[in-house]
Design a protein around this ligand. Structure first.
Ligand SMILES: [Zn+2]
Length: 308
């Protein structure tokens, strides 16, 4: 379920934009009329009548995006992001819906915390927002949350994003419980005994700069494990922020084998490699880290063929 505040439905005519819609096969300079919030007409020339006119010369008009991986930092760090500011940013960037991760402070691991978020979203959210709840209490990887209760309270999926569920046994039980709620698990795949809290890809750049490396296999071994468990339990999983070619291969193979799995990649993993770390800009150190050119190309390929 998604929530937002009540907004008046718009009557608009948008003029001058390049209208792009890959699904409908449209790429042309067209005008679009919106009646009470619904697209009513797409044509070369539309009379505005009483509608407000938006001049959009030089702009692209396209179906809005959905971002399934957002950190609103609420509750706990409202100084960084609130539901109001995060959803306003989403709207400004062309997003019509977002899903927020539960690694806040407190973690969204109880129906009470989730209910408070839903209430705030109903008051503040500029675009529809949905909330994931944690897989484990406090995201400590020790005991499962009350998934049934959280699903009933509106959780759209479960995730310990930011940290992995390190125990395979616990992951198996999470898949079993999540299945009963008909919600997927969104998985941060990282084997902590291989990543060692690193932020730089294990390779030439890390070696030259003297950083402890975070190897691709620290991700792919966890992706392989979770996809195997999902196949075994017939669970539904979404693999978060893929970074390594080996992980992409694993996801592609699992999907071909019939596992109900999807995956995502971040824009920065699609356009940057660990070469960017040479700048020593702390913004390019992240988890999972920026990887090698062959990994970036594998992500692009997977995006094109629908694996991602
Ligand atoms: Zn995240």
């Amino acid at each position: 379920m998604l929530w937002q505040k009540e907004l008046p439905a718009a009557d608009l005519v948008i003029r001058g934009a390049r209208v792009l819609d890959p699904v409908e096969g449209i790429d042309a300079r067209l005008e679009v009329r919106i009646d009470a919030g619904t697209i009513a007409e797409v044509a070369e020339r539309i009379d505005a009548n009483e509608h407000r006119v938006v001049e959009a010369d030089g702009l692209i008009l396209a179906p809005a995006f959905v971002d399934p991986h957002v950190h609103l930092r609420t509750p706990g760090r409202e100084d960084e992001e609130t539901i109001a500011s995060g959803t306003a940013a989403a709207a400004a960037g062309g997003y019509c819906a977002i899903l927020a991760m539960p690694n806040t402070d407190p973690v969204v691991d109880s129906a009470v915390t989730l209910a408070a978020l839903v209430e705030t979203a109903r008051r503040e959210a500029e675009v529809p927002v949905g909330f994931l709840a944690a897989i484990t209490r406090g995201q400590r990887g020790e005991e499962l949350t009350e998934m049934g209760e959280l699903a009933d309270s509106g959780a759209v999926a479960f995730s310990d994003d930011g940290v992995p569920v390190a125990s395979a046994g616990l992951m198996r039980r999470a898949l079993q419980y999540a299945s009963t709620t008909d919600r997927p698990l969104a998985l941060h795949c990282e084997e902590p005994t291989l990543s060692h809290g690193g932020h730089v890809h294990e390779g030439r750049v890390a070696a030259e700069l003297g950083f402890g490396g975070y190897p691709s296999v620290a991700e792919s071994v966890a992706v392989e494990r979770d996809l195997s468990l999902a196949g075994y339990e017939r669970g539904r999983v979404h693999v978060l922020h893929l970074s390594a070619a080996e992980s992409v291969d694993a996801l592609r193979r699992a999907r071909v084998a019939g596992v109900t799995a999807s995956g995502e990649a971040t824009p920065h993993h699609l356009v940057l490699t660990d070469d960017a770390v040479r700048s020593l800009d702390p913004n390019v150190k992240m988890n999972p880290p920026l990887r090698a050119e062959q990994d970036r190309l594998a992500l692009l390929e997977a995006l094109r063929d629908g694996t991602i």
